[in-house]
Design a protein around this ligand. Structure first.
Ligand code: TTP
Ligand code: MG
Length: 697
């Protein structure tokens, strides 16, 4: 949110005009939207709520940063600037030398993916405004709904207000996975090493296929898109450019069902980026955008080059270098090296239960999924680890190493059941299974982590894409995901590997600052090749289990990041603690050892850097702003809770919008019901956080 300088909502008769949240950010298909109307609705529906208060705190923080930067800027003398101009010129020449125009990258992104899949299953939805998700959160909206300003990550009740005819369809992650697999089969024909960035998008190096077949990149893009359509009945859009950063921007140019090719020529690239708004670049979020715009008047990529001296004067070398490279239209061109996985796992979160039959049923489902994943990769392993999280959030792991290598669901279930049996009776909220110690001989094609799971994506370093990925927030069971330490995979998609964390938006990625944690880093941003060994409580207990967390934060930036975070104590949660520890806990599965979380209220982090530990919403790190909004919801809930004395925490998202949600008239009733529901197993409806301060519930 930003406000017009010097005005307040009481002085300003249209305060929503300066109210910008992720919901008012345009996605593809929203060009003709009445932005002011959207702003007004969002403003009116959130004003007076804890959410709104928090937005104001965030705004205050941004303003403080901007002010600080302005002061530093004003102190720069002409001599300083002359010096920094030389520095900038040198950097630009060095970067220019590294420009690589030899590769052709194609970025493909499915159109309104979840919504399109749902429309395939139910053609009666065709042409009608619809959204996938529920009253709490929308995963995506079709292009008809976008005309009303309805978009991904928006609470459904706001969407209803914008578009009363909106039809809601619950998420069905299995379906999206199925269609995603079909698309990937097509991608493989053009680049066997393609890089899946999320369920609905991928990067393909089409240099070879263009050369071998003697056809243009535009022809390849056309052909690929029609083959995706033939295979799936779904449309997609493509962008072609000399590097991944540009290819991604290009795929949005003619969305939906279109493509855009940027020639591999320096002048074409320079011209293309010159007028490109900096916000179009993955990794430049709201805070960065405002900072650059309000302090230096930078709006376009070209202006990054023009203001190079200021950038070099005010920011660290790597940050300035990143900005300059964006100005030059540079991006990743190499295919990162692949390392092979060491384990494979699957786990599932659900409402706490001690019903034995139910627990065995969950176990059987997980065994089935795990076995199917293992079959796909031709994996056979002989160490089976059972991970449990009890109702009181104690994490236990039990492992067995077998004589023979297994991969069938029957074998997995048989041994897992024995492990589980030894723990009963127990009330559980999570069960996970992991198989490791693979039989190398039986590993068929080397498992390519680039194309496997969402975890691969999460670990792939493409952590700064603003609008990509997968989320399945509503469901009686939260969808499955892999333990974080599944693989030794670590590579970067090269889009943002250069983005310094110092300059990551401080509100991104659930990075709620903690003044108590002086060494806090963005541990959430996994993906850079750096690996750090974090001593865990289990290790200090002498068990020697090695935990490696792949982190994005380059060491050189950590102090700067800490500094940035420490300044923002205004909206921190006392209970937040250190993300490292929690990611570590989620990631680590020490063998034969129970590990407990000492404070059951201390649970807010992204499990596997992917799923909200509080409510189970799946939101990959690429959904930077959506994630920020999400953590804000929890913050607001906490504040609300503290004020009203209610307990909203730790409800898992089991609430699916039922059929009634399909009609706008029923939705209001439903909303009310959700708002006051506190029974275990009900997810926290996001509208709860929009409860006005003066309302008691
Ligand atoms: P996107 O590719 O960003 O969006 P989209 O495919 O729905 O629409 P388009 O590409 O045509 O603009 O995201 C892909 C899927 O990821 C989307 O269908 C649903 C999911 N998603 C979420 O779950 N939450 C989000 O906040 C966003 C942006 C997407
Ligand atoms: Mg898409």
């Amino acid at each position: 949110m930003e406000k017009i300088e010097g005005t307040s909502s009481t002085e300003n008769p249209r305060p929503w005009q300066s109210y910008h949240t992720v919901y008012t950010n345009a996605k593809a298909g929203m060009d003709g939207v009445d932005k002011e109307k959207v702003q007004r609705v969002v403003y009116e529906m959130s004003k007076g709520s804890k959410y709104f208060d928090n937005e104001e705190r965030k705004e205050a923080f941004i303003r403080q940063k901007i002010e600080h930067m302005r002061v530093r800027c004003a102190k720069l003398t002409a001599a300083d600037l002359a010096h920094y101009q030389k520095v900038a010129d040198k950097r630009v020449s060095e970067l220019e030398v590294r420009r690589d125009l030899s590769r052709i990258w194609l970025h493909v992104d499915m159109d309104a993916f979840y919504a399109a899949v749902e429309t395939l299953s139910d053609p009666s939805l065709k042409g009608k405004p619809m959204a996938v998700g529920g009253m709490s959160m929308i995963s995506t909206a079709n292009y008809e709904a976008r005309k009303f300003g309805v978009r991904a990550a928006m609470p459904g009740f706001i969407a209803c207000k914008l578009c009363p005819e909106l039809i809601f369809v619950p998420t069905d992650f299995k379906k999206y996975n199925y269609y995603s697999d079909l698309t990937r089969k097509v991608f493989r024909n053009y680049d066997p090493n393609f890089m899946a960035a999320s369920l609905d998008e991928a990067y393909l190096d089409i240099t070879e296929v263009c050369r071998e077949r003697g056809i243009t990149s535009a022809e390849i893009a056309e052909e690929l898109r029609s083959r995706v359509y033939e295979e799936t009945g779904l449309t997609c859009s493509a962008g072609v450019a000399a590097n991944r950063l540009l290819a991604k921007v290009c795929s949005d140019v003619n969305k939906p069902n279109g493509q855009f090719v940027l020639p591999n020529e320096r002048m074409a690239v320079i011209t293309f980026v010159s007028s490109l708004p900096i916000r179009k670049i993955g990794g430049i979020g709201k805070v960065t955008e405002h900072m650059l715009r309000d302090v230096l008047g930078i709006n376009t990529c070209e202006e990054l080059l023009q203001k190079g001296s200021f950038l070099c004067a005010l920011f660290s070398q790597s940050t300035a270098e990143f900005f300059l490279s964006v100005g030059l239209g540079l991006g990743g061109t190499e295919t990162p090296q692949v390392r092979f996985r060491k384990s494979i796992s699957n786990e599932r979160t659900f409402s706490a239960t001690e019903d034995k039959a139910l627990l065995y049923q969950k176990l059987a489902e997980i065994a089935e999924m795990l076995s199917s994943d293992m079959h796909k990769e031709g994996l056979h392993g002989r160490t089976l680890t059972l991970k449990l999280k009890t109702a009181s959030f104690e994490v236990r792991t039990r492992a067995v190493t077998l004589q023979k290598y297994i991969c069938s669901s029957e074998d997995i279930l048989k041994h897992a059941s024995l492990l589980l049996e030894a723990e009963l009776p127990v009330s559980l909220r999570l069960i996970g299974l992991r198989v490791s110690q693979f039989n190398e001989d039986k590993v068929g094609a080397p498992s390519d982590p680039r194309q496997r799971t969402l975890t691969n994506f999460i670990m792939s370093g493409n952590a700064s894409r603003k609008n990509a990925g997968d989320q399945s927030s509503l469901g009686s069971d939260i969808s499955d995901y892999n333990f974080m330490d599944d693989q030794e995979t670590s590579f970067s998609l090269g889009i943002h590997e250069a983005i310094p964390d110092e300059f990551r938006d401080p509100f991104e990625n659930n990075c709620v600052p903690n003044v108590d944690d002086k060494n806090h880093t963005f541990s959430d941003n996994v993906g850079e090749v750096e690996k750090t060994h974090q001593p865990s409580s289990s290790e200090t207990a002498g068990k020697g289990n090695k935990l490696e967390i792949v982190r994005h934060t380059p060491k050189s930036h950590q102090n700067e990041v800490s500094q940035l975070m420490e300044t923002d104590s205004s909206f921190l949660l006392q209970h937040e603690g250190n993300n490292h520890d929690r990611v570590e806990e989620a990631a680590n599965i020490p063998n034969n050892e129970a590990k407990s979380s000492s404070n059951p209220t201390d649970q807010f982090f992204w499990v596997d850097n992917y799923k909200c530990s509080l409510c189970g919403t799946e939101l990959p790190p690429t959904f930077v702003e959506e994630r920020q909004e999400h953590s804000d919801f929890h913050l607001a809930a906490r504040l609300q809770e503290e004020e009203s004395g209610t307990n909203t925490r730790f409800h898992t998202p089991t609430q699916r919008p039922d059929h009634k949600d399909r009609t706008a008239s029923a939705s209001h009733k439903k909303r009310k019901k959700l708002k006051y529901s506190r029974k275990e197993g009900t997810h926290i409806p996001i509208d709860t956080f929009f409860v006005k301060s003066n309302q008691n519930f």
